[in-house]
Write a protein that binds this ligand. Sequence first.
Ligand SMILES: NC(=O)c1ccno1
Length: 233
Amino acid sequence: MRIDVVTIFPGYFDALELSLMGKARDRGLIDLHVHDLRESAHDKHRTVDDTPTGGGAGMVMKPEPWGQAIDGILADAQSAPAAEPLIIFPSPAGDVFTQAMARELATEDHLVFGCGRYEGIDQRVFDEYAERGRVRLVSIGDYVLNGGEVASIAMIEAIGRLLPGVVGNPDSLVEESHESGLLEYPSYTKPAEWRGRRVPDVLLSGNHAAIDAWRHEQSVERTRRVRPDLLGD
Ligand SMILES: NC(=O)c1ccno1
């Protein structure tokens, strides 16, 4: 999968050089390109924002740099045999990102993440690329961040880990929270007792049918307690 990111803070994405994402990039499973939006601003001060038309607080990101940055990515992509990219703008006003959406987006060949800052991006950028291609505003939750970078990293990790070969044992993706509609059961490891707290006896029994039943019961109980909405309660 090719992933392009447009941001005024490229350094945020150094985090994607670490751990599984870094290994996936080294192995060519993820082809990440981070673009500094200011490289597409050509006035003396590389200006990327201006005052809101109609008044109001803060600043709005200008459309010209965004147009040049995204056009450049689309032109580059056309030279490669990939499907038309999906452009994602992280926004608290977007569709809520879920594990199901992560799985859907993991089937894409090319994703572009546009990281807004300030009071947001001029609406005409969304309109331009929605007419020319595919655009989605996506929220990672009902709260507001200072920009789209952290949300993009979260989505890139959630999507990237689902790509074949990224996670060592694909079985570990199956019993995770939100995969089965339930939250994951509690996990334990050695030692069998720690500060007087014992691992549940069933997990030491070697009876795999009983262990599976206990884990499912724990998942249902945790889901009912923490996220009854997932059970339709
Ligand atoms: N909730 C979000 O996804 C978000 C993105 C930018 N600010 O907030």
